[in-house]
Design a protein around this ligand. Sequence first.
Ligand code: FES
Length: 323
Amino acid sequence: MRMNMEWRHAVVRTAEEVAVGVRLVEFDVEGPLAPFDPGSHTHIAVTIDGARAIRTYTCVPAPANRIAIAVKLHPNSRGGSRFVWSLKPGSTVELTVPENRFELSWRADRYLLIAGGIGVTPIYGMAQRLAAAGQDLRMIYGGVSRAVMPFVDELGGLLGERIELFPADEGRSFDLAAEIAALPKDGEAYVCGPLGLLEAVKTLWRVSGRPVSRLRYEVFGDNGRYAETSFEVSVLNRGVTITVPPDQSLLNALIGAGVEMIYDCQRGECGLCAVRIVETDSDVDHRDVFFDEDEKNENHRMCACVSRLTGGSAVIDIGYRTE
Ligand code: FES
């Protein structure tokens, strides 16, 4: 079951590839749409193998009364990106009014915006809004190559010398320690990118002694340390054993098997979907930002929406949440 959301009917206005492997889809939304902040996301009802599922996407800048998303086609797509890539002008979808859990504070002396790959989607809107408000900011944006990095031209035009690109194929990589050290005491950092980038920033931020409240971040829900493989899960006292294929989340596999689950973000952020690991013969690829490093190392719980086993099997318990 999900938290309350306001669903709307929407029609695809445009759908185009704006970087290699990244599709920008803009929707006309039925009914008036209140302005929303950068960092907001929308849930979209997608169809995967004939079944309805919900996927969450960050909203990128779009004209009034429209919602735009930029979606990378994931090689091991759990179906969401495949669905979005199948959309054409005139296609209809159901989506939710944007809501925000990755907000700008508007209290910093200076903003450091850090984007890795498709993690640029919330950062793009933040850069646009901060620049328009005359705020002091620097953006660093990394990716495999310029060709796969969306919105490079738009951001360059917007920020000029305030943005620096770090395409890996040009031998460029972030010096995160130096970037953080250059921030004034009341500076803030906003990060979105792969899990490894977030963990590096979090560690350096902690080492720098800066307040954790001045670092805000968001992670992709489909990004882990290991490639996706099949694994088996038995649910304690439920008589349910399932095989989770590489292209499906544990959460969706459990729901598909009729297990009543509580969840919301499906991005590893809220922790509502967490299950207890009773025993396992496998490593856990923790892909969430809900548990801290110690909790992840204990392997006592995992977020079913994004985290996976690296193979093998586990017995999990979902009962502790309803007792
Ligand atoms: S549903 Fe929010 S962490 Fe899984």
